[in-house]
Design a binder for this molecule. Structure first.
Ligand SMILES: Cc1cc2nc3c(=O)[nH]c(=O)nc-3n(C[C@H](O)[C@H](O)[C@H](O)COP(=O)(O)OP(=O)(O)OC[C@H]3O[C@@H](n4cnc5c(N)ncnc54)[C@H](O)[C@@H]3O)c2cc1C
Length: 456
């Protein structure tokens, strides 16, 4: 049977939608299959009585998000659509929120670090700064840190560097256990994306870019793909009912989902697919009757709660400080992020039980949050972020050098970059591989694939 479309994309997250956008620009017919009712995946936002709630991703950066900004330019967005986040990042230490985490001034102000630890932070920053060119987020396996874990990398330094900087950042933003995840992707991302003062968020919710890319794209929502096989020259997608043939397919889903959808994955794909574990994430967004915030000298947008002081939470995101437009006038929105040690247990609890546990723990940082809560929304991700463990780093070069096939992959795990920019770059890479297979040229002009093709 002749394939009915050129390319089928599985998953309407930012990776799948980037792939579809690139392929459509090259003149191919593309259809995206998404099992949820909305697009955006882990960048989905939900709207509720005037609140805009980001379920997964919270922000992007002015720096280190080159492919994302290129896409934004293409869809006609301006910097006004991506305003700076308000407030700073703080870490909780000894009963107080300490501001300045991630800022260049942290070695002077402390940002929760003791005096000796500040000297060690200065030493580590100088060491990484001198090797900056080798911390290339597109080649996380090639940095001077090798496959060392975050904990191993921090071990020679004062304990505060792990306990009040690396662990709280990795735990809150990525759900990582520092004894399991490699330091290279974390350090590369921090160096590339700059200080929190460079961070921005989408004015209308983090699904802004996904919705813009989906406009005019053939996206079938509410359609789960059950299996994808290489039919020898074309791809076959199977659904609960029926199947579709395409000249190529791109699995733009987390690696464990891709592995399950693709039981016949070739031997040179399997080791990386199997090594790409994901950390689970659970967040509870509390819609508040007033704009409560953690007490601090300046407004706080994110309060990191280190595992050495807190078991239940890894952080508190103050969404109405991040962007006042997320809430109706006079109201508040605070999102509580479950800590890596408790997240699996909370995922198995009922959503209301999980919310009550997190809100109870948050009273310590935002007194009165329980009484001010009008409503809560629970966001559970069994596949939250790529864990980026040492084995995944080791297997990635072999995966990247595989031949181009009828079934390709996209997603933040392909780049081992635990951020939406990684998903965009992987989407562009998958598109360029499909185009080369189908004998099409990548469209001219500035293109998110440029650097990536050079590394593929
Ligand atoms: C809690 C959290 C906070 C984050 N914070 C940030 C941040 O602040 N900044 C940042 O840059 N990044 C952040 N990230 C990371 C960012 O959200 C991801 O890197 C990015 O969204 C991944 O996009 P993706 O397209 O690779 O995957 P996904 O977004 O997971 O997309 C996969 C899509 O495939 C669909 N799907 C799955 N199975 C099937 C199937 N069988 N059939 C059809 N469809 C299927 C899913 O529903 C989903 O829509 C965060 C992530 C999480 C979870």
């Amino acid at each position: 049977m002749t394939p009915e479309i050129d390319v089928a994309v599985v998953g309407a997250g930012i990776a799948g939608l980037t792939t579809a956008h690139e392929l459509r620009r090259a003149g191919l017919s593309v259809r995206v299959y998404e099992h949820l009712p909305q697009v955006g995946g882990r960048m989905r936002s939900v709207r509720h009585e005037g609140w805009t709630v980001d379920t997964g991703a919270e922000q992007v950066s002015s720096r280190g998000y080159r492919a994302t900004w290129e896409l934004l330019r293409r869809v006609g967005a301006t910097r006004m659509d991506v305003p700076r986040v308000g407030g700073g990042v703080a870490v909780w230490r000894d009963g107080r929120a300490r501001l300045g985490v991630g800022e260049n001034t942290a070695v002077f102000t402390g940002a929760g670090l003791s005096g000796r630890a500040r000297l060690d932070l200065a030493a580590f920053s100088a060491w990484a700064g001198r090797r900056r060119a080798r911390f290339d987020g597109d080649r996380p396996e090639n940095t001077p840190l090798g496959a060392a874990t975050v904990r191993e990398t921090a071990a020679p330094y004062h304990a505060d560097l792990h306990d009040y900087l690396f662990q709280p950042v990795a735990g809150c933003f990525f759900g990582w256990d520092t004894a399991r995840s490699a330091a290279a992707p974390l350090v590369s991302l921090l160096l590339e994306s700059g200080a929190p003062s460079d961070w921005r968020t989408y004015r209308d919710g983090m699904d802004f870019l996904a919705r813009r890319l989906a406009d005019g794209t053939d996206v079938e929502t509410g359609r789960a793909v059950r299996e994808v096989t290489d039919g020898g020259g074309h791809a076959v997608l199977r659904f609960e009912e029926g199947e579709v043939r395409a000249r190529a397919a791109v699995l733009a889903v987390p690696a464990p989902v891709a592995a399950a959808l693709r039981p016949d994955a070739p031997a040179d794909e399997r080791p990386f697919l199997d090594a790409c574990a994901f950390t689970p994430m659970l967040k509870v967004s509390c819609l508040l009757d007033r704009p409560l915030t953690p007490s601090a000298r300046r407004p706080v947008h994110i309060l990191l709660t280190p595992a050495v002081e807190e078991d239940v939470l890894s952080g508190v995101v103050v969404d109405h400080v991040k962007d006042p437009g997320r809430v109706p006038g006079g109201r508040g929105l605070i999102t509580l992020v479950a800590g890596p040690r408790r997240v699996r247990q909370l995922l198995d609890a009922s959503p209301d039980e999980a919310a009550d546990v997190l809100v109870g723990a948050a009273e310590r940082y935002v007194p009165g949050i329980g009484a001010a809560r009008l409503h809560h929304l629970v966001h559970a991700f069994r596949h939250g972020l790529p864990e980026a463990g040492p084995q995944a780093l080791r297997e990635r070069p072999g995966f990247l050098s595989r031949p181009v096939r009828a079934v390709e992959y996209a997603g933040d795990w392909v780049t081992l970059r635990p951020a939406s920019e990684g998903a965009v770059r992987a989407g562009a890479l998958a598109a360029s591989r499909v185009l080369s297979r189908l004998g099409r040229r990548t469209p001219s002009g500035p293109n998110p694939t440029e650097e990536i093709r050079a590394t593929a």
